[in-house]
Design a protein around this ligand. Structure first.
Ligand SMILES: NC(=O)c1ccc[n+]([C@@H]2O[C@H](COP(=O)([O-])OP(=O)(O)OC[C@H]3O[C@@H](n4cnc5c(N)ncnc54)[C@H](O)[C@@H]3O)[C@@H](O)[C@H]2O)c1
Ligand SMILES: O=C(O)C(=O)C[C@@H](O)[C@H](O)[C@H](O)COP(=O)(O)O
Ligand SMILES: [Zn+2]
Length: 352
C-alpha cells in the first residue's frame, strides 16, 4: 500500500493505492455512523459495488456508462436521487467508476445542498492516473466538452490497481495515453520507460502497471499541489493535447474515447511545435511511433475527421481567449510549455 498526499489549501487529501477490501473499512470512520451515497454505472456496480455494502446506502445512484453520463439530464437525475435518498448536507458521496462517473458525481457533490464531500474510487486506468485527482468536475453541454463544471477536490481517493483486471483493452489503451502524457510534459525518463514497458502496462503483466499508476499519481499530485485550481500556468501543462483533443472528441461523438482523442491531440501539438521550429522532428516522430505502437490513433484521418472542422471546434474551447488560442507546445519530449501567443492563422493553416 502507498499513500500519496495532495496539497490543497487547508484541506490536503490522500490518494491510497490500496486494495479496496482493505481501504473500505477506513471509510467507516469517515461515515461516522451515516450510510454514504454511492454513484456508479451498472457494469462497475455489478463488479465492485458489493465491496461497499458495509458503508454505502442499499440503493446506489446509477448513471449511464461512459461519456453519456456527463450530461445535464444525468446531473439532475443524480441530485434528484440524492434528495430522494435523504442524503444530508455534508455527507460524503462515493464515486465508483471511470472518469465520466467521477466528473459528473463530483459536480453533483459540489452543488448538492451547496456541497457534499466526494470520495473517488477510480476503476479505469485513466481515472486512477488522472481524473480522480485534482478536483476538476464537468459535464458536456452545447456540444462542447467539459463546458460546465467546478473545482471540487476530493476528501479521499482510493486507487486499487486490481480493479483494472476487468477493464477492456481499448479502455486500457485510452488511459495509457494519459500515462504517456506525463512523460511528454516534463519526464523524458518516464517516456523512455514507457517505450520499453508500455505493452506490459496495457496487458497488466508483472509490476509495470502498478509502477505506472503510482508514478503518474505522484506526478499529478505534484502539478495539482503546486497549482490546485489551474490559475498559475503550471497545472495547465496537464492539458497537453487537450485543446486539439477536446475538439476532436466533440466532433467524433461518443465513438471516440478521451485518451484516443488526446493521443491525436498530443501528436498534433508536437507536429505543430516542429512546424514552428520549436521542437526536433525526430521527437515528434518518436511520440507518434510510440502512441501508434500502443494501439492508439495518431492522425485525424484515423478517426475520419478533417483539419478545418477541428480548427472551428477549437475556437469554442475554454482556453481560447479574446487574444486567441492558448496551447501547450513542445521544445522536445519532456519539455512542454504554455504558449499564449499562438498565431491563429498559422494554426488554421497547419490544420488545413
Ligand atoms: N477530471 C479530470 O481531471 C479528468 C481527467 C482526465 C479525463 N477526464 C474525463 O474522464 C472521462 C473518461 O473517463 P474514462 O477513460 O475513465 O472512461 P469512462 O468513465 O468514460 O468509461 C469507462 C467505461 O469502462 C467501464 N468500466 C469502468 N471501470 C471498469 C472496470 N474496472 N471493469 C470493467 N469495466 C469498467 C464503464 O462501465 C464505462 O463503460 C472523459 O469524459 C474525460 O473528459 C477527466
Ligand atoms: O487535471 C487537469 O488539469 C487536466 O487538464 C487533466 C486532463 O487530462 C483532463 O482531461 C481535464 O478534464 C481537462 O480539463 P479542461 O479544463 O481542459 O476541461
Ligand atoms: Zn485528459
Amino acid at each position: 500500500m502507498s499513500t500519496i498526499r495532495v496539497a490543497h489549501c487547508d484541506a490536503d487529501y490522500d490518494v491510497l493505492v490500496e486494495n479496496i477490501a482493505e481501504a473500505v473499512p477506513k471509510l467507516a470512520g469517515i461515515a461516522n455512523g451515516r450510510r454514504l451515497a454511492l454513484v456508479s454505472d451498472t457494469r462497475v456496480f455489478e463488479l465492485y459495488g458489493r465491496a461497499f455494502a458495509s458503508v454505502a446506502l442499499d440503493e446506489p445512484v446509477l448513471v449511464p456508462a461512459g461519456e453519456a453520463a456527463k450530461d445535464w439530464s444525468v446531473l439532475a437525475e443524480i441530485t434528484d436521487r440524492l434528495a430522494a435518498l435523504d442524503v444530508k448536507r455534508g455527507t460524503p458521496i462515493i464515486a465508483l467508476g471511470g472518469g465520466s462517473v467521477g466528473d459528473v458525481a463530483g459536480l453533483a457533490a459540489s452543488i448538492f445542498k451547496r456541497g457534499c464531500p466526494i470520495i473517488h474510487v477510480p476503476t479505469t486506468l485513466l481515472a486512477q492516473v488522472d481524473s480522480a485527482i485534482g478536483g476538476k468536475t464537468a459535464i458536456d453541454a452545447a456540444g462542447q466538452k467539459n463546458l460546465v463544471g467546478s473545482f471540487h477536490h476530493p476528501l479521499l481517493v482510493i486507487a486499487d490497481p486490481a480493479l483494472l483486471d476487468t477493464l477492456d483493452e481499448r479502455q486500457m489503451r485510452s488511459g495509457y495515453a494519459e500515462v504517456v502524457k506525463y512523460g511528454l510534459i516534463d519526464d523524458r525518463g518516464l517516456f523512455e520507460w514507457c517505450e520499453a514497458n508500455g505493452g506490459a502496462v496495457i496487458a497488466g503483466a508483472g509490476t509495470a502497471r502498478r509502477a505506472a499508476i503510482e508514478h503518474c499519481i505522484r506526478a499529478k499530485a505534484r502539478f495539482v499541489s503546486a497549482d490546485p485550481e489551474d490559475t498559475l500556468g503550471t497545472r495547465a501543462l496537464l492539458n497537453l493535447g487537450h485543446t486539439f483533443g477536446h475538439a476532436i472528441e466533440a466532433l467524433a461523438g461518443q465513438n471516440l474515447l478521451h485518451g484516443e482523442a488526446v493521443a491525436i491531440g498530443m501528436v498534433l501539438a508536437f507536429e505543430f511545435s516542429a512546424e514552428l521550429g520549436l521542437c526536433p522532428a525526430d521527437d515528434t516522430e518518436r511520440v507518434k511511433t510510440h502512441l501508434r505502437s500502443a494501439g492508439l490513433p495518431v492522425r485525424i484521418a484515423d478517426v475520419g475527421l478533417i483539419g478545418p472542422a477541428i480548427f472551428a471546434a477549437m475556437r469554442a474551447d475554454k482556453k481560447w481567449t479574446a487574444a486567441g488560442p492558448t496551447l501547450i507546445l513542445a521544445k522536445g519530449i519532456g519539455q512542454v510549455f504554455v504558449a499564449r501567443d499562438v498565431d491563429a492563422s498559422r494554426l488554421a493553416a497547419f490544420l488545413a
